[in-house]
Design a protein around this ligand. Structure first.
Ligand SMILES: NC(=O)c1ccc[n+]([C@@H]2O[C@H](COP(=O)([O-])OP(=O)(O)OC[C@H]3O[C@@H](n4cnc5c(N)ncnc54)[C@H](OP(=O)(O)O)[C@@H]3O)[C@@H](O)[C@H]2O)c1
Length: 430
């Protein structure tokens, strides 16, 4: 006879409705495969009157005690979002031995270690596959398949909204503003897109991914980030002309045993695996000398896509014993964070300069004084001004930023120089 696993859900919006739908559609398959019948016992919402297809109104509640105080609930699915009171509620559940599946990246990127400690203490499990890249099973791959692979670098397009905007800017020459409006019309971007376009959403996901990849604690405050909101379509076009594609990249690397994580617009060569990831898709490129490169690509958001990762985590909990090795996957290896500016990279630089003889020679001499050399130059005159676009050879970022600061002070340089990281070629971080 099947054993009933009782689920308590916190929230039932876009992702929660997806979970309800998948559990209904796959109930028979799950029961045959696992011997367990999943039952949605209680669902916390704010609005009891809203339409919730597939749910019996009798399971809805606005009182969290109906879930946290019910000892018969086996697993809690948290799909309501927010940091508080969610953190407090999940700490209580985990501490009492109830396993939790969550899709909440902001909560994990701020309080992941505290929640995992509560799970360890309570003998429960905390799973969060859906918090990064929705349907792409990147956390499972890092936690299980590549646990011993000594991952050295994680590079990801982990925000679908910005990937859609950049892909459209490149494809049709649209401005950033027009591409954002189109993304909003099509439902790829929120009415308030700040978290996505400013890089905060990607930074939270990179904190989670680098914690798992490097077995250490990385919180969102450890991840410097910048978004695509200040990007000019000129830079997207020129990069394309030079054979590069602009992406909002999460870049996490081990540098001499220390962890360096950041999110920024960066250039990847046209033949790099991440260059062809278009539209609103996500992709994560994992590198280690043991396994070389592994790339995972697919939809990074959406109610059903995210819900499929949530359900997969529920099934994993049912298939593993509490306190199994997976509960400790975020074990703290105690790695330090790498000092800012230590990462070596190639760079794209755009300078608007006075169109006078000898300017390029003076620019290259200023760079040379900082031991920074030029790989490629593109020069265009436009009346009294000229545009100099350079790809710089690999050098430590701090040294390059110092040299760019000195260029900005030259009387011939008319605007603040634009500096963009180039990744993925022989000239850039592997
Ligand atoms: N949407 C995606 O594509 C996606 C992708 C990856 C991860 N996520 C993550 O998944 C989580 C849920 O996202 P979503 O898009 O499904 O959000 P949503 O559509 O806004 O749904 C939130 C649900 O939680 C309920 N809720 C919120 N605060 C509550 C409170 N204080 N007390 C009781 N109920 C509360 C809401 O109740 P009412 O329905 O009554 O308002 C609603 O049912 C978030 O952490 C999000 O970051 C979403």
């Amino acid at each position: 006879m099947s054993h009933v696993v009782r689920i308590g859900m916190l929230g039932c919006g876009t992702v929660g409705q997806g979970v309800v739908g998948i559990l209904h559609e796959t109930a028979g398959t799950i029961e045959r495969a696992t011997g367990h019948r999943l039952e949605i016992a209680k669902v916390l919402v704010r609005d009891l009157q809203a339409d919730r297809p597939g749910l019996d109104r009798g399971v809805l509640t606005t009182d969290v005690e109906d879930i946290l105080g019910d000892d018969r609930i086996d697993i809690i699915i948290e799909v309501m979002g927010g940091v508080e009171p969610t953190r407090e509620w999940l700490l209580r559940a985990l501490g009492h031995g109830t396993s939790v599946v969550t899709a909440n990246k902001q909560l994990l990127a701020r309080h992941g270690p505290e929640l995992l400690a509560a799970a360890e203490e309570g003998g429960s499990e905390l799973r969060f596959e859906a918090s990064v890249c929705a349907a792409i099973p990147v956390i499972k791959v890092l936690r299980e398949a590549l646990l011993a692979a000594e991952i050295e670098s994680v590079m990801g397009i982990v925000n679908g909204t910005t990937n859609y905007i950049l892909s459209e800017m490149r494809r049709s020459g649209m401005s950033y503003g027009d591409a954002l409006r189109q993304a909003q019309d099509l439902g790829y971007a929120e009415a308030d897109p700040t978290e996505d376009v400013g890089g905060g959403d990607a930074a939270a996901k990179m904190a989670i991914l680098s914690s798992i990849a490097f077995h250490t604690r990385v919180l969102i405050d450890d991840v410097p980030y910048s978004g695509i909101d200040a990007l000019q379509s000129d830079d997207v076009d020129i990069a394309h002309e030079l054979g590069f594609v602009m992406k909002l990249l999460g870049i996490a690397r081990l540098v001499d045993g220390a962890v360096s994580v950041r999110v920024e617009p960066a250039l990847v060569p046209g033949d790099h695996p991440l260059a062809s990831v278009g539209g609103a898709d996500n992709a994560v490129l994992l590198e280690s000398s043991m396994v070389r490169q592994i790339m995972l690509e697919g939809p990074g958001a959406g109610g059903t896509e995210t819900a499929s990762a949530v359900v997969s985590d529920v099934l994993s909990i049912m298939g593993s014993r509490p306190g199994s090795f997976l509960a400790g996957a975020l074990a703290d290896a105690g790695r330090p964070m790498a000092p800012e500016g230590s990462l070596e990279s190639a760079f794209y630089v755009r300078l608007e300069v006075a169109d006078q003889p000898g300017v390029l020679a003076r620019v290259s001499s200023v760079l040379g004084e900082s031991d920074v050399s030029i790989l490629t130059v593109l020069q265009r005159g436009e009346g009294e001004s000229a545009r100099l676009v350079m790809i710089l050879h690999r050098a430590p970022e701090g040294r390059v930023r110092q040299a760019i600061g000195r260029l900005a002070d030259m009387p011939e340089v008319r605007e603040q120089p634009v500096l963009i990281t180039v990744v993925g070629s022989g000239e850039a971080p592997r």
